[in-house]
Design a protein around this ligand. Structure first.
Ligand code: C5P
Length: 222
């Protein structure tokens, strides 16, 4: 482990999309690349943290020097997160599917003459809210993301309250910002103290800045 202000701190990071099966060959997914979560895990490790990196299926490799836990579905991600606790902090950068197919087919669904398949959905667990609202063993600092397309700060502030996390990093993922899947991000840090706009910067720079703030919050210096 690297030496640094997060030495001795255990931090859990979720990252990437989840895949929700329809049948053995098909799934529902989203456009998350895992870039921001991967950068955060790398930045935390660089400051000396012991990082548990819980990742859905992503094309980019996980950072070196972290403990990688690979999952597919939201429910697997929740289980992996619960298995990774206790932790000093938890950062929820994964784009978790809100819904799964209620009963995924055990065999490949066939085209049927004249009929279209009907999919019934069930709600996935909200991992961030579940951990934020733990009454025993809650990490001291819980950070979520809010990818919004409209009224970014207003929606993210309400989301922070609703979920019960300490900080939300809000970002505008409207088409045209190039943020989803891109290398840059423009975020607003929302905490109990209010909203703080960060200038547009690379996802690596967002990660480094967030890692420094986490080190400050955990009393590790700076
Ligand atoms: O509600 P929304 O999906 O916009 O919230 C985004 C935040 O909540 C992110 O930090 C994401 O990782 C987390 N989340 C989660 N489990 C879900 C949905 C979102 O941990 N099922």
């Amino acid at each position: 482990l690297a030496d640094g202000p997060l030495r001795g701190k255990r931090i859990l990071v979720t990252s990437g999309p989840t895949h929700e099966p329809i049948d053995p060959v098909r799934y529902i997914a989203n456009r998350s690349s895992g870039a921001q979560g991967t950068a955060i895990a790398r930045a935390l490790a660089a400051l000396g943290a012991e990082v548990i990196f819980v990742t859905g299926p992503a094309d980019i490799p996980p950072p070196d020097g972290v403990e990688v836990v690979r999952v597919e579905t939201a429910r697997e991600m929740l289980e992996a997160v619960q298995g990774g606790l206790p932790a000093d902090a938890a950062i929820f950068a994964a784009a978790v599917a809100d819904w799964r197919v209620a009963s995924a087919s055990a065999s490949k669904m066939k085209k049927t003459k004249g009929g279209l398949p009907q999919l019934d959905f069930a709600e996935n667990p909200d991992i961030l809210a579940t951990v934020s609202q733990m009454t025993k063993g809650r990490p001291g600092l819980v950070v979520g993301f809010a990818a919004e397309t409209d009224d970014v700060v207003e929606n993210a502030t309400a989301k922070r309250q609703r979920k019960g996390c300490d900080w939300i990093l809000a970002n505008d993922v409207s088409a045209g910002t190039g943020i989803m899947g891109g290398s840059e991000n423009a975020v607003t840090l929302i905490s109990a103290d209010g909203a703080e706009d960060w200038p547009r910067m690379s996802k690596d720079e967002v990660a480094a800045r967030l890692a420094e703030r986490i080190a400050q919050a955990l009393g590790g210096g700076f």
